[in-house]
Design a protein around this ligand. Structure first.
Ligand code: NAD
Ligand code: MG
Length: 386
C-alpha cells in the first residue's frame, strides 16, 4: 500500500531530506502536493521528481513563473496563503509540516483540523500555538508525529507506555559551538563562529539558536505541548556527541534513550513509516569508535536563553509567542551585524518584559501577537542604536 503524502516546505532542508527518503522508497509513497516560499524553479524540480499533482507557492508574484515551468504536466499550480493550506489537506494521509516559522501555522493547522497524520518539523507551530494545535488534534483525531530529533526520540521511547508511568523527560543539547567558550569569548562571538555547529548541518537561524541554547529553550516548550508534561518534569542535559537524542525516565527508575547518528533522515523516516520502520542510508552508529558519551549541566550564566524560555513556558499565555518572535528578529539582527551575540538574549528579555497580550485564542491571534512583537522589537532596537 502506498502512503499519500504532502510535503509543506519541500525545498528546505527537512523537505529535501524527506524527498531523498521518498525517492529511495518509491513503492511506499505517492506525493500528492508540495509547497515552497518563493523558489519556483526548485519547486518545479520537486514536482518533476515526485509527480506531485498539486504545487503551491507562497509568493503570488511567482505564480505565472511556476505555471509556465509546469505547463504540460498534470500538476495543478496555485499561489498564496490559502493554496498552502489547500496543499496540506488535498488527498494526503500524511502531511510533512516543514515550513519554517509562523508561515507554517495555518497550513499545519489545516492538516490537524482535517484529522490527518502530521509529521511536525515546524517547531514554531508548537512553540507559538501548542495548546491550539494539540487541542485541535484531540478534537479531530489527528496524530502529531514529532520530527525534531529530540522529540522524535522521546516519542520513540514513550511507545507503548502509560502517561502515569513517566516521571521525567530529558532533552539532550549538544551545547553548540560555545559550550566550552569563556564568557568573554561568547561576548565577542561573530556570526561565522555562531553558525559553525559542531555536529548538525542546519540553516543559519537554527544554528545561532543552538549557539545561544535558545533552540533547546524552544524545544522545551515544544516538548511540553507534545507530551503534556509540566516544565518541572522536563530537564535539559548537555551531551556534546549528539548521539543520545533524548531520554525518558519512568517511575520505576528505568531510563530509555534513543541513539543514532546525527542525521535528520532518521527521525524523518520514523515519521514517514510510522507505525512501521523503514531503512535509511544513514551512517550506522559505531559506539566503539565514538568511545565516550559525555553529559553535563548547562551553565545558566553563559546561556541565559534556557531560563528565559522556561520562564516563558511557565508564564504561558502569549509569552512563548513573544519569545519566539523577539528571538527571530534578534537573531536576524545579529546575523546582519547590527547587534552583538549576548544582545540576542537581552532583546528577547526586554520584549518579554514589555509584552502585555492576552492569551491567543486562535491562530489569527497568534499571528497578530507575532506581528506586533516583531514591530515592537524592531523599534526597540532602532531606539537603542540611535
Ligand atoms: P529551511 O529554511 O531549510 O526550509 C524552509 C521551507 O519552508 C522551504 O521550503 C521554504 O520555501 C519554506 N518557507 C519559508 N518561508 C515560507 C513562507 N513565508 N511561506 C511558505 N513557505 C515558506 O528550514 P528547515 O531547516 O528545513 O526547517 C524547517 C522546520 O523544521 C523549522 O521549523 C525548523 O526549526 C525545523 N527543524 C529543522 C531541523 C533541521 O535539521 N533542518 C531540525 C529540527 C527541526
Ligand atoms: Mg532539535
Amino acid at each position: 500500500m502506498t502512503r499519500r503524502i504532502a510535503i509543506l516546505g519541500a525545498t528546505g532542508s527537512i523537505g529535501k531530506s524527506t524527498l531523498d527518503l521518498v525517492e529511495r522508497n518509491r513503492e511506499r509513497f505517492e506525493v500528492t502536493a508540495v509547497t515552497a516560499a518563493t523558489n519556483a524553479d526548485a519547486l518545479a524540480d520537486v514536482v518533476r521528481r515526485t509527480g506531485a499533482s498539486f504545487a503551491a507557492i507562497a509568493d503570488e508574484n511567482r505564480y505565472r513563473e511556476l505555471a509556465e515551468l509546469l505547463a504540460g504536466t498534470n500538476c495543478e499550480v496555485a499561489a498564496g496563503e490559502e493554496a498552502l493550506a489547500e496543499a496540506a489537506v488535498r488527498d494526503a494521509e500524511l502531511v510533512i509540516a516543514a515550513i519554517v516559522g509562523c508561515a507554517g501555522l495555518k497550513p499545519t493547522m489545516a492538516a490537524v483540523r482535517a484529522g490527518l497524520t502530521v509529521a511536525l518539523a515546524n517547531k514554531e507551530a508548537l512553540v507559538t500555538a501548542g495548546a491550539l494545535m494539540t487541542g485541535s488534534a484531540a478534537a479531530s483525531g489527528s496524530t502529531l508525529l514529532p520530527v525534531d530529533s529530540e522529540h522524535n526520540a522521546i516519542f520513540q521511547c514513550l511507545a507503548g507506555s502509560h502517561a502515569e508511568d513517566v516521571s521525567r523527560i530529558i532533552l539532550t543539547a549538544s551545547g553548540g559551538p560555545f559550550r566550552t567558550a569563556s564568557a568573554a569569548a561568547i561576548d565577542a562571538a561573530t556570526p561565522a563562529q555562531a553558525v559553525a555547529h559542531p555536529n548538525w548541518s542546519m540553516g543559519a537561524k537554527i544554528s545561532v539558536d543552538s549557539a545561544t541554547l535558545m533552540n533547546k529553550g524552544l524545544e522545551l516548550i515544544e516538548a511540553h505541548y507534545l507530551f503534556g508534561l509540566p516544565s518541572a518534569r522536563i530537564d535539559i542535559v548537555i551531551h556534546p556527541q549528539s548521539v543520545v537524542h533524548s531520554l525518558v525516565e519512568f517511575v520505576d527508575g528505568s531510563v530509555l534513550a534513543q541513539l543514532g547518528s546525527p542525521d535528520m533522515r532518521i527521525p524523518i523516516a520514523y515519521a514517514l513509516a510510522w507505525p512501521e520502520r523503514m531503512a535509511t542510508p544513514t551512517q550506522p552508529l559505531d559506539l566503539a569508535s565514538i568511545a565516550r558519551l559525555e553529559f553535563e549541566q548547562p551553565d545558566p550564566q553563559r546561556f541565559p536563553a534556557l531560563r528565559l524560555a522556561r520562564e516563558a513556558l511557565e508564564a504561558g499565555a502569549a509569552a512563548p509567542v513573544v519569545l519566539n518572535a523577539a528571538n527571530e528578529i534578534a537573531v536576524a539582527s545579529f546575523l546582519a551585524g547590527s547587534i552583538r551575540f549576548p544582545q540576542v538574549v537581552d532583546v528577547v528579555q526586554e520584549a518579554l518584559n514589555a509584552a502585555d497580550y492576552d492569551a491567543p485564542g486562535s491562530i489569527d491571534d497568534v499571528l497578530e501577537i507575532d506581528r506586533a512583537t516583531r514591530e515592537k522589537v524592531k523599534s526597540m532596537m532602532q531606539a537603542s542604536c540611535t
